[in-house]
Design a protein around this ligand. Structure first.
Ligand SMILES: [Zn+2]
Length: 172
């Protein structure tokens, strides 16, 4: 083996040895900024870790007992159950559905892949809940369609009224 090859081998070995350890240390300390989709596919990597993510409140707010509520947070096709205090849940002023944008929240909390407290549910127990956007009604295509149909019906009504007057004029 040439000395150059040996040096490269040693460097590679050191990199391979140190990288996973460093990655694990980064996860073990502090908060991991992530997405709901990443949480859904994280498996054991983020289990029990502090996470930080953003999502839109959708569906219903469900009573979780012990002065807590369940929120469903949605982002990019993925959703997660978030266990929050009653006080925090009151910050949600809109729940996303057709024509309504739900309140967008930034959640910091602890991710549980299979929560022991909640029958093995994958959830996040929120520590802080911050409102990024209150949400509200969104103009939808249906409303424009309804307006067009309304105008069309009004136009037909006016035409029938004119026709009625013309016919009555002729009878005189
Ligand atoms: Zn739980």
């Amino acid at each position: 083996m040439k000395p150059g090859t040996l040096v490269i081998s040693v460097i590679l070995a050191l990199l391979l040895w140190s990288s996973p350890a460093q990655a694990a240390a980064a996860v073990a300390t502090g908060t991991t900024t992530t997405t709901i989709a990443s949480l859904s596919s994280a498996g054991t990597l983020l289990d029990g870790q502090r996470v930080d993510f953003v999502g839109e409140a959708v569906g219903d707010i469900i009573d979780g007992g012990r002065d807590h509520k369940w929120l469903t947070l949605y982002e990019a096709g993925a959703s997660i159950s978030v266990f929050v205090s009653d006080a925090a849940s009151r910050q949600v002023t809109n729940l996303g559905r057709y024509g309504v944008r739900g309140t967008t929240l930034e959640i910091r909390g602890v991710y549980h892949l299979a929560c022991e407290e909640h029958q093995g549910l994958s959830d996040v127990h929120a520590i802080t809940v911050k409102v990024l956007d209150e949400g509200g009604s969104t103009p939808s295509a249906i409303n424009v369609r309804q307006l067009q149909v309304g105008l069309l019906l009004a136009g037909i009504g006016l035409l029938l009224l004119l026709l009625h007057w013309r016919l009555r004029e002729r009878k005189r």
